[in-house]
Design a binder for this molecule. Structure first.
Ligand code: HEC
Length: 202
């Protein structure tokens, strides 16, 4: 190899190492091959000119259902009519097996007990603390005849002060928790009938 060419290579090689900052890559050849332009679908900071709506993340086609989530389709709208319809047409697809009820109890103690109380009388720890307004008892006049479809509707969308629990509970879990709510209601009504404890009423 001719000397001059060899020296040029040596010089380039040394120049490549000249950087003292270990994070400095030195002279980069074809830098656009190392540094691609990243798309940030979940933290979009700029307008993406190649999509008509400027978003990095594409919207799913209308009506798309994620795999395994067919039972998430809920036909009743969040209106008074939808609530009434759900009350008439929606039935629990799960049988009240011990497994379903005990799973419902577990979920209830995670997501409902602090407002509705251990016995479902509306005396949860939040209500007792005085920081939350009264919650109706499952076996009080307001809810003792509430159909399960309306329960599902209210758990799905929320109702007044109660927020939606659709993000915490899958449809199957909502039905399991309803089985447990119905058990609490039956127990509460039976206890009222037997012992007539007025402090349990609301
Ligand atoms: C932050 C407190 C809070 C939590 C948590 C909560 N609820 Fe409620 N819930 C309420 C209040 C308040 C109402 C009364 C709403 C109304 O009718 O104005 C209510 C009403 C209801 C009703 C009656 C709905 C209707 O259509 O009248 C059901 C059933 C119910 N809750 C079940 C549950 C279940 C099951 C959970 C847990 C998954 C839960 N709630 C969690 C506060 C709560």
């Amino acid at each position: 190899m001719p000397r001059r060419i060899r020296d040029t290579f040596l010089l380039l090689w040394l120049a490549g190492c000249a950087a003292t900052d270990p994070r400095d890559p030195g002279i980069e050849y074809a830098s656009q091959m190392y540094h691609s332009i990243p798309l940030e679908p979940y933290a979009q900071v700029d307008y993406f000119p190649y999509a008509s709506d400027g978003k990095h993340l594409r919207e799913p086609v209308a009506g798309t259902v994620p795999r395994g989530k067919v039972d998430f389709i809920y036909p009743f709208p969040n209106t008074n009519e939808g609530y009434e319809e759900a009350g008439k047409k929606l039935k629990n697809p799960l049988p009240p097996t011990p497994e379903n009820v005990s799973e419902g109890k577990r979920l209830y103690s995670l997501y409902c007990i602090h407002c509705h109380g251990e016995k479902g009388n509306g005396r949860g720890i939040l209500v007792e603390s005085g920081k939350y307004p009264p919650v109706p008892s499952y076996y009080g006049p307001q809810l003792k005849d509430l159909p399960e479809g309306k329960m599902f509707h209210s758990i799905t969308y929320g109702k007044n002060l109660m927020g939606s629990h659709a993000a915490q509970l899958t449809p199957t879990e909502r039905w399991q928790v309803i089985l447990y709510v119905q058990q609490l209601r039956a127990e509460g009504l039976a206890a009222e009938g037997n012992t007539a404890n007025p402090s349990q009423k609301r």
